[in-house]
Design a binder for this molecule. Sequence first.
Ligand code: FA5
Length: 337
Amino acid sequence: LEHEALLKVEQAETVDELKNIRVEYLGKKGPITEVLRGMGKLPKEERPVIGQLANEVRERIADAIEEKQSRLEDEALEEQLKNEDIDVTLPGRPVQVGGPHLLTSIIEEIEDLFIGMGFEIKEGPEVETDYYNFEALNLPKGHPARDMQDTFYITEELLMRTHTSPVQARTMNAKNGKEPVKMICPGKVYRRDNDDATHSHQFTQIEGLLVDENVRMSDLKGVLQEFAAKMFGRERRIRLRPSFFPFTEPSVEMDISCKVCGGEGCSVCKGTGWIEILGAGMVHPNVLEMAGYDSEKYSGFAFGMGPERIAMLKHGIDDIRHFYTNDVRFLKQYHNA
Ligand code: FA5
């Protein structure tokens, strides 16, 4: 019996098999228990001999099982360690650290600049009503100048704002036509423009509006000149061209000399040496009146600029689409810009 049990232990390959052997030989219904249970029927003098023998056999089998079990467990551990081999000498993988998008940095830089001149920051909705995007800006329904901004309409009355100018009207309305306004408003705008090197169907603008008593064109020019000098350095040239916007009169556009070609003419400035970065003008009396301001008492100037164009000019970037394709190799170059 002992021999048979030890052989089985020797051949066992798993801990489960050992468990079965233990039950079979040493369990309550096993042969050894049976022998010990039957002791009462034996003659008195044989009892100690048989008892001792049975106990010894039981111990030897139990020892063998235990020894085999710990050997199997060691082997299993060994196997596991081999599979989970960790090379602690391998150099660690570098952690990828993100940074602000160039466009975000530029917008924050422009905000700081205007905060420094006493402007406050405002925001408005990207899904806008026809009223604020057009009508309140002196662009009634059917006005031909609406074609200047090809619009994504959602319903007849709702649209994706085509510029940040509706925030002018919203801000003035909120002041009930009484207090002065001095704000800028950054945000996303949408147009059905065909994408090319300087046009995107979704881009950003920063609107500016100053309304007070005795605001003059020269105030506008001074603020824009200061902005351009701080943003691009005093060596870059600016020019104001007469222009038209229904919500300003008179209206101008401001150009900056192109950095990519140094004013020689290239694909970015379309050979002109200049890039237009903003539209501006004196707030039209109709716009002031619609927002509840007395246009005899109050006057104001407004401007709307394109931060993408400004970033392109500042860093010599040759295609606006770089901002939106988000190639990390492009973005990384400007993490400390
Ligand atoms: C306007 O949107 C006027 N609301 C600006 C304004 C505000 C005028 C206040 C007067 C008073 P315009 O359509 O020209 O104007 O756009 C203003 C600027 O946005 C442009 O100078 C240019 O820098 C930028 N921009 C216009 N269209 C695009 C486009 N498709 N992609 C990228 N930037 C653009």
